[in-house]
Design a protein around this ligand. Sequence first.
Ligand SMILES: [Zn+2]
Length: 151
Amino acid sequence: MRGYTHLAFALAAASSIQVLTHKDVLSLPVMVAGISALLPDIDHTDSLLGRKIKPISWLINKLLGHRTITHSLDFAIGLCVIILLTSKFSYWAWMFALGYITHLLLDSLTRTGIKLSMLRQNSTIGFKLVKTGGVVDTAIFIVCLLILSFL
Ligand SMILES: [Zn+2]
């Protein structure tokens, strides 16, 4: 899934929550969700976030590869739990979790998929419903933009 789709999906989801809870759409928690939605692809130097911090992205890619630990469900849950606990379950921490988990959710729809566990070699799950950069990827992006423009 493309970075812009991850970003738009997380922003649409976070903004929807903001509207439902009668909070401002343009806010720090929504931005946190957007940034955390880009975070798993830090292991790819051509990703939206990877291009901004190329040396760090390159190093992570060389050490870990692409779609390994950062795309593991157990790592994501552990990271989100640590952030939630250390922030005393703050609202922005929930938005961080929202962004990160939606990234994995969308990537699980692709052929490459995600890993259920970083500790198990053959735990990849990919529903093969979406081709990165394909029609469905673009359609999800456009729907998210429409939701954002509506909000
Ligand atoms: Zn990804």
